[in-house]
Design a protein around this ligand. Structure first.
Ligand code: MG
Ligand code: ZN
Length: 188
């Protein structure tokens, strides 16, 4: 799951923990995954670190706050994976042609290795076509949510895209319900 525009409101660069806001049905969506025994993993590009808009410490504090708010609502994230790089902005080590900036699949591969996940039966959910492409790069499903940038991406950009989502969801909970229905079929 992508963070900004998917788990949380898309508000631009989150340069202070107080700017992070869970979307209304996010906790329920994550809780459903927890209850189904499916790993709930966040994968996010945060090039604001490379650009110098906020520090790595601020980023971690922001993610910790989001995680606390989820836990207060009975929802648990099993992993958080972040790309802090940008290919041409800022200074090394953050200025880097990394393998983890979505749509590159480095974060998904790392999560799979560390958490023992099968990416071919996983799904990537986000509010941009680049999230869909990230999923497809590893053989996972790609789901576009209409929250955040999603509605604009879907209405105005879809004809220009070479990748198309396996499902278009109103929000993360809708995406999770679609995934759970599919999982039931796969597991028989
Ligand atoms: Mg996003
Ligand atoms: Zn990276």
């Amino acid at each position: 799951m992508d963070r900004d525009g998917c788990l949380t409101e898309e508000v631009g660069y989150v340069n202070h923990p107080s700017r992070i806001r869970l979307l209304p049905r996010t906790a329920e969506a994550v809780r459903r995954l927890n209850e189904a025994g499916i790993a709930a993993v966040m994968v996010t590009n945060q090039a604001g670190v490379a650009r110098g808009y906020f520090s790595e410490e601020t980023l971690h504090a922001t993610n910790a706050r989001m995680r606390r708010e989820l836990e207060a609502a009975g929802a648990r994230l099993d992993g958080l994976y972040v790309c802090m790089h940008h290919p041409s902005e800022g200074q090394p080590p953050y200025r880097a042609a990394c393998d983890c900036r979505k749509p590159r699949p480095g974060l998904l591969r790392r999560a799979a290795a560390e958490l023992g996940l099968d990416l071919r039966t996983s799904g990537m959910v986000g509010d941009k076509f680049s999230d869909v492409a990230t999923g497809h790069a590893v053989g996972a499903a790609g789901v576009l949510v209409l929250t955040g940038y999603g509605r604009g991406e879907w209405e105005y950009q879809r004809h220009a895209q070479s990748v198309q989502p396996d499902h278009v969801a109103e929000d993360l909970l809708d995406a999770v319900e679609w995934a759970l229905a599919h999982t039931a079929g796969v597991r028989g």
